[in-house]
Design a protein around this ligand. Sequence first.
Ligand SMILES: Nc1ncnc2c1ncn2[C@@H]1O[C@H](COP(=O)(O)OP(=O)(O)OP(=O)(O)O)[C@@H](O)[C@H]1O
Ligand SMILES: [Mg+2]
Length: 334
Amino acid sequence: MAAFSRELGIDLGTFNTQIAEGSQILVQEPTIVAIVTNEMKLVEYGTTALGMLGRVPEAIEVVRPLRNGVIAEYELTEKFLSILIKKVTGPTIFFRPRIIISVPYGITSVERRAVQEAGLGAGSREVNWIPQPLAAAFGVDLPINTPTGNMIISLGGGTTQAAVISMTGIVSAETSQVAGLKLDDAICAYVRKKYGLIIAQPTAESLKIRIGAALPSEEEKTMEIQGQDQVTGLPRPASLTTNEIVEALQAPLEEIAATAKRVLEKTPPELISDIIDRGVALCGGTALLKGVDKYLTVALGIPAYIVDNPVTCTVEGTAKAFDILDLILRSQQS
Ligand SMILES: Nc1ncnc2c1ncn2[C@@H]1O[C@H](COP(=O)(O)OP(=O)(O)OP(=O)(O)O)[C@@H](O)[C@H]1O
Ligand SMILES: [Mg+2]
């Protein structure tokens, strides 16, 4: 019977896309494709395409079809989703799945419709949407169906979404485009300014992940990188330390904290006192940045903690949302 009524939850992220059914995660792939440039023909996707980034001849282009949480390349997004959905359902879809897909809080109805149409074009029978912070909170099992204040900050690659949720609805929220990729950009700018070296985003990202932190650390790590001298154009190595990355990341981290503060300012005092008692839940890949919980605890003056399933909670929440689909649809009509 399951084949007749597959219900898939999808987290279509700027950097990573996941599909879940019930409590099982069935697909996890980077949101990236390789195409033959002049034909727009997709040749690789996901992990394989990611491995091709910066290493392909002119005839091939490696593209991230989403930017800052929204679809930038419609056809590529549809093809990419179609491949991932077929990985779950098999090549011939007799019984097309119903899906619930998470979308960033606050996107326009046109941007949201593009996601729904991409889902339909990719072979789904029905496409419903849920704001990402609500899906994430649901996936974390916060008591969001009670009249209490629950705050969650989803620190992704292309978006930071901070939200206060009560009675299964968003009370106050904000989305910012300062997230993981902007942290990488800040590292590129720092290395260029301090060492006169040009480095690409993947190198900046490894510095962030391997030795980076949000707060100065006594346990300093170092990492050797190869950059391109901005004057001579020739390769040159440099050695970076944890505290240099901390310094590079301060400006974008302040912007992330400012987004969360604006949400708190818009939240009624009764709910604020619940949030002070329970703390602020952090999720998304950027929640894995060392010390980001301590950084936000200090910046917000409210304890912030990393959830147990920071990277999968959104997709888990989308799959669970089938249980409350009526409620979600009703709230979207009002
Ligand atoms: N250990 C780590 N430390 C710091 N950042 C990390 C770590 N691991 C992953 N990241 C960052 O997490 C980001 C990806 O997170 P995630 O998969 O939640 O994003 P996404 O859902 O695709 O994006 P969005 O929700 O913004 O559309 C990337 O910027 C990546 O560099
Ligand atoms: Mg995300």
